[in-house]
Design a protein around this ligand. Sequence first.
Ligand SMILES: [Zn+2]
Length: 535
Amino acid sequence: MRGFDLSVMSVIETDTGYIVIDPLVTVPVAKAGMELAYQHLGRKPIVAVIYTHSHIDHWGGVKGVISDEDVTSGRVMVIAPEHFLEHAISENIIAGNVMSRRASYMYGNLVPKGPKGQIGSGLGQTTSSGLISLIVPTHTIVQTGQKMTIDGLEIEFQMTPGAEAPAEFNFLFPKYRALCMAENCTHNMHNLYTLRGAQVRDPKAWAQYVDEAINHFAGRYDVVFASHHWPTWGYDDCVEFLKQQRDMYKYLHDETLRLANQGYTILEIPELIHLPADLFRAWHNRGYYGTVNHNVKAVYQRYLGFFDGNPATLHPLPPEAAGRRYVELAGGAEALLAKARQAFERGEYRWVAQLVNHLVFADPDNREARELQADALEQMGYQAESGPWRNFYLSGAKELRDGVLDLAAPKAVSPDTVRATPLEMFFDLLAVRLNGPKAEGRTIVLNAHFTDIDERYVLTVEHGVLNYVKDRQADQPDATLIATRAALDEVVQGQATMAEKLAAGEARIEGDPGKLAEFLSLLDTFEFWFNIVTP
Ligand SMILES: [Zn+2]
């Protein structure tokens, strides 16, 4: 099913039913996709769901195709690569707010759809919105060469952790001579760094896995399909596709380091690297999603970090302080704008954006600066081949013109993912929410006992940080919270407050309740719609 969502869902016929691969982002969209399949292929039971990897666009819609009961009754198995669950959940927790806000730029969520607006993501349409679900895998695959037969259909797996995703696998259906490359080979240059913000990926491992797939499955497939875009047909074309994908990532990796070793830096190297013609002329290597420019920066960052080694860039002034001084240097706002308008007329949009950004950060109320900056960003958006680049530019332009709108924050948590989140990850998030300066000089020791899962923790605030330890209780805590995990989940989802749970007797406090209140008062709440293109 293509065109339903950011990702694609594939349906594979077994002896008596179907295997569903990657049930899209949200429940209603996956359900609609499955209905389309039933309409054309006939209604048969789903015997298994495969999650190719831990990214949410490959599992969030699972309850649109199967139910919890299908799985608990043993009618349907759910198969995923090793460490799927921890990565599926952890990716969006402790940096979740900033990643989600930036993702709104990357996918152009607020940009109207149309020729001058949002026209897709480069990886698929865009992310659908609706209920996100999760059913925990029943079967985990751990090694390359591992085989499994589901309802008469054999599958052979290849593990690819730490390339496109931290938990991912490719697999072959020998009977159909069909190879699924998950999201490791799609019809675009993928992201080594994703602009919403994420840890950078490993292009060397990525290329090695593709090479391993070429060798391991050699001669055994006539079609390659993936979790985004369309299949490639015919063995020779498939191998050419895989080799070109492999060498594109390899080239970016090796060339970046070649030039870095010669002393070129993070802003210089991307201007120097161009893929060889037989790589860049392949449509599936085009930068519709990732780009040579930002992927090369990712390789630099992976090996050398943010600093280019030049002490002049070690401790530059931050944007507002630098902006005021650049505006003064230019001879004031009017003089800066006059120069920028001339550059705009010459089509030097990158320079306009760099220059006018100083004025916008020095004086965000300068309407002319905001409009000119928006004009420049829009031109770069129209020129961009990459969906995320276009969406970033057009989202930035929109907020320069309209300001940041006072919208409701998108619902970040779904009941299924909250339930599946280990308490340690939840305490990691609380530690991130702890306001260090406010907590400075205070010591708070809390015991927590979650009765329904019988887990115990000690939480300690000291030196402005929160530490926690599992399976322990402090001898003399300031307070002890006794609650069910279920009650906590409701509080986390905003369905109830801790005060309501205490009043209802689903939670109670021993010791000094004031200390728990003091702890809660030290936690920041993150605003979703923070400024990006203005200070
Ligand atoms: Zn995906």
